[in-house]
Design a protein around this ligand. Structure first.
Ligand code: GLC
Length: 590
């Protein structure tokens, strides 16, 4: 159906767009040193153009001691020599722009590296002008600094260590919500904020098209830092309730908008990575440009198959729970605010291994079905390198195969608690961030075409079909499917503009929804399981009215059955009566 020009509002590019995340360590290695680099990315811009993505989000390439793979920045205005030079980044921006692709830099300013000169200065003396750029506290009253329990609060960092580290030379603790090599900046200090706004402006001056702001909702800390309730079995408290929407967060983001973005081209995008944010808070931060964020990157749907309070402890995935959670966010941000749609990234296991079925029989159809169900919702699609070929998780045989500081610390903390290493390792096989960090599989060469004989992480075990080279020549491949999906997001205004009406498919692992504008209705149906399911009666009604699918995975629908991982999207007549019937019969979840 042709777009209804009268109905359409001018939309920012990201509403119908797709962002492709590049994790530079593992994308492509141009010089054979085992680590990906900017020249490696440059050599594959043609692939990104072929896919049709709108923008690249580049994970950090700044100088860094790499304790957290670049999320510990020691200089914001340069490129780590391991990845290349500033001139290489200029060349990359130019090459992407020449293909109509934007570049979004990762902005990591909740914390710096402990090797950043600001922190080095801050540590030099209590009188240093940089001292107050970080968050320092005395030991707990009556205790000696450095002894167990003397930390100013009982907070645990997100990497399984106390959130405070004792600095012996100056006799105070500093706060770090992540590793001890990642001290938190003190955003209450205007000099810190000025420095951040200046470095952002500096990158915009080099031509970047926006920022993905790392854990940006954590930047505002309360004046008074106090103990929290202990998390059972840990001896520590979770700092999140105190820091995930701090008292001055909205003020800082509005100020950032004023100081960095106001008056600049409106297509510069601000994506806030926001763990732990509620729907109301997300709406509040994204409801207008002046609020400072164009979209959030929230985590709730990533916690459906995790034990409460422990993101590395798996529980069984429930598709109805996932569906209900996605529906809740769709409804809450239907008229105000904007969300990212994602199923994996450098911090989350691979989409097909987690939400699909990586067995040879269903690997291909399940990768497609999950993508279709996810990316036709309302929001900006944010995909991760290798997802377009259905890459599966890392091969973790022993603890030595884990590289990520979070996995390593988690395993160590579990051992200290006397837990069985084999059991914890089994959990990490499913949940570890390492899973998504293996080199991209470009070809059937011995190193999968990554470019080094000994990559920093071993290539995941995979069948020959999971390479870019193989799928480029196979019109039925996952990669061609992603290309069609990305194009469809551009071509069908109902995907960016429509409201979402999740259909009630009961306890079945089926996700079915309508996307509706006044002009059009799109029906999306996905059987997210490896078993056959009967079509719920109310869904059958919509199916009967559907046109030929615009996109589909697996065989065509039988009249009454959905095959394993069968998924499709089709336009149906915008028939108010049909929608009303659905509403009356309680079909609508939200
Ligand atoms: C974000 C990043 C993650 C990093 C953390 C601390 O969640 O995505 O990789 O470890 O922030 O910077």
């Amino acid at each position: 159906m042709a777009p209804d020009a009268a109905y359409r509002q001018p939309q920012p590019w990201w509403r119908s767009g797709t962002i492709y995340q590049i994790y530079p360590h593992s994308f492509a290695d141009s010089n054979g040193d085992g680590l990906g680099d900017l020249a490696g990315i440059l050599s594959h811009v043609g692939h990104l153009e072929w896919l049709g993505v709108d923008a690249v989000w580049l994970s950090p390439v700044y100088p860094s001691p790499q304790h957290d793979n670049g999320y510990d920045v020691s200089n914001y205005r340069d490129i780590d020599p391991r990845f290349g030079t500033l001139e290489d980044s200029d060349r990359l921006i130019e090459a992407l722009h020449a293909r109509g692709i934007r570049l979004i830099m990762d902005l990591v300013v909740n914390h710096t590296s402990n090797e950043h000169l600001w922190f080095v200065e801050a540590c030099s003396s209590r009188d240093s002008p940089y001292r107050d750029w970080y968050i320092w506290r005395d030991p707990r009253p009556g205790m000696l600094g450095g002894e167990p329990g003397a930390e100013p609060t009982n907070w645990c960092s997100y990497f399984s260590q106390p959130a405070w580290t004792w600095h012996e030379p100056t006799q105070q603790y500093y706060l770090h919500l992540y590793a001890r090599e990642q001290p938190d900046l003190n955003w209450q200090n205007t000099a810190v904020r000025d420095a951040v706004y200046e470095l952002m402006t500096w990158w915009l001056g080099r031509g970047v098209d926006g920022f993905r702001m790392d854990v940006i909702n954590l930047i505002s800390k309360p004046d008074e830092l106090v103990d929290g309730p202990l998390v059972a079995g840990t001896g520590f408290a979770d700092p999140s309730p105190f820091v995930r929407f701090g008292p001055r967060l909205t003020e800082y983001l509005a100020e950032m908008h004023e100081r960095v973005f106001a008056g600049r081209r409106p297509d510069l995008v601000r994506i806030g990575e926001t763990p732990g944010l509620t729907v109301e808070q997300a709406r509040h931060l994204t409801r207008s440009r002046e609020c400072g964020l164009d979209m959030v990157f929230q985590f709730e749907h990533m916690e459906i198959d995790r034990a409460p309070g422990d993101r590395l402890a798996p529980v069984d995935l429930s598709i109805p729970r996932l569906r209900d959670n996605l529906a809740r966010w769709q409804t809450a941000l239907a008229h105000e605010g904007w969300n990212s749609l994602y199923g994996n990234n450098h911090d989350q296991p691979r989409l097909v291994s987690r939400f699909g079925d990586p067995s040879p029989e269903y690997w291909q159809t399940s990768a497609k079905a999950v993508a279709l169900a996810l990316y036709l919702l309302r929001g900006t699609a944010s995909m991760y390198q290798g997802e377009e070929i259905g890459m599966v998780g890392a091969t973790v045989r022993s603890p030595d195969d884990l590289r990520d500081i979070r996995s390593v610390n988690y395993l160590r903390a579990a051992a200290a608690k006397g837990l069985d290493e084999a059991v914890v390792l089994e959990a990490l096989r499913r949940t570890a961030r390492d899973n998504a960090r293996t080199p991209v599989q470009w070809s059937t060469a011995p190193d999968a075409g990554f470019g080094s004989a000994n990559p920093w992480m071993p290539v995941a075990e995979h069948p020959a079909a999971i390479t870019v080279e193989a799928q480029r020549n196979d019109a039925d491949s996952v990669m061609h499917f992603y290309r069609a999906l990305i194009a469809m997001r551009h071509d069908q205004p109902v995907i960016s503009d429509g409201v979402t009406r999740m259909l009630d498919t009961g306890p079945a692992p089926i996700m079915a929804y309508l996307r509706e504008t006044e002009a059009e209705t799109l029906l999306v149906v996905a059987n997210l399981s490896s078993t056959v399911h009967s079509v719920p009666a109310l869904l059958a009604q919509h199916l009967a009215a559907a046109s030929a699918p615009l996109l589909q995975s697996g065989p065509r629908a039988g009249a009454e059955l959905l095959a394993p991982w069968q998924a499709f999207a089709a336009l149906i007549p915008s028939d108010a009566a049909l929608a009303d019937t659905a509403r009356d019969t309680g079909e609508v979840l939200q």
